[in-house]
Design a protein around this ligand. Structure first.
Ligand code: F6R
Length: 250
């Protein structure tokens, strides 16, 4: 695992965007695994900027997103479909038919999960998976104490996650209670993983995820067993690691 230290949010975003950009320049037909949330917004902004300058071409890229709320239509402003279109897809030249987000409105959620796993397999797997980390240590919507052995599946969201995500809704009651997420097993099958984290609020959980025991209590801890993980985090998010494991920081 490589840990890359960034000074602050913009620096984290630029460094992570550089890694994604290198992937797409070297392998224009890459399959990118994408995440939503606040953390990657700057990464997408930077990639859009470089696209506009003519530095990156997404015309052969395929994308698969990690997760989607159950019950939200793609046009709902808090759906992850909407987030991806607004913050990334509509600003670049990725083909809409090459972008994939789980369908939270599917009548048969289990069939939708199976379809999603098959789609990823048919694309030849994910070349580079971008991840954020939740305060609970979740990746995707894989909350603590679930099986590590899951592909795409439906999850009941943890109360802490519902509260954390309430900031995007009018009230906590509007936050969906269920989501579809790629499971830990599906995430671990990505060839490369790029985890981004910023801010003091992530410092404790980042330390537990990267240096604590590998256990379902901290879902992101499984990443310690992945052969190709790069973490790009700002100083605030690295502050506990800096204290406990200074030798790990370059
Ligand atoms: C988003 C996702 C989540 C977020 C995590 C961190 O697709 O799967 O795991 O990455 O909740 O969210 P932020 O970046 O908002 O702190």
């Amino acid at each position: 695992m490589k840990i890359i230290r960034a000074t602050e949010y913009n620096d984290m975003s630029r460094k992570a965007a550089n890694i994604i950009s290198a992937q797409v320049i070297l392998y224009p037909d890459s399959v990118l695994g994408l995440a939503t949330g606040s953390t990657p917004l700057g990464v997408y902004r930077q990639l859009v900027d470089w696209f506009r300058k003519g530095d990156i071409d997404f015309s052969k890229v395929h994308s698969v997103n990690l997760d989607e709320y159950v019950g939200l239509a793609p046009e709902h402003p808090q759906s992850y479909h909407y987030y991806m279109n607004e913050n990334f897809f509509r600003h670049i030249n990725i083909k809409p038919e090459n972008t994939n987000v789980p369908n939270g409105l599917a009548e048969d959620i289990d069939a939708e999960c199976a379809r999603y796993d098959k789609l990823i397999a048919d694309l030849g797997g994910i070349d580079l998976q971008l991840l954020g980390i939740g305060h609970t240590g979740h990746i995707g919507f894989n909350e603590p104490d679930q099986d590590f052995d899951k592909m795409t599946h439906k999850v009941k969201l943890n109360q802490k996650t519902i509260e954390a995500n309430a900031r995007f809704f009018n009230s906590v009651d509007e936050v969906p209670k269920y989501a579809i997420t790629m499971g830990i097993k599906a995430i671990m099958q990505a060839k490369k993983i790029l985890l981004v984290a910023n801010g003091e609020g992530k410092a404790e959980i980042l330390d537990r995820a990267l240096f604590g025991p590998v256990a379902p209590a901290v879902p992101a801890s499984i990443l310690q067993l992945h052969p190709d993980v790069t973490v790009v985090a700002d100083e605030a998010a690295l502050s506990v690691i800096q204290k406990n494991h200074p030798e790990a920081l370059m």
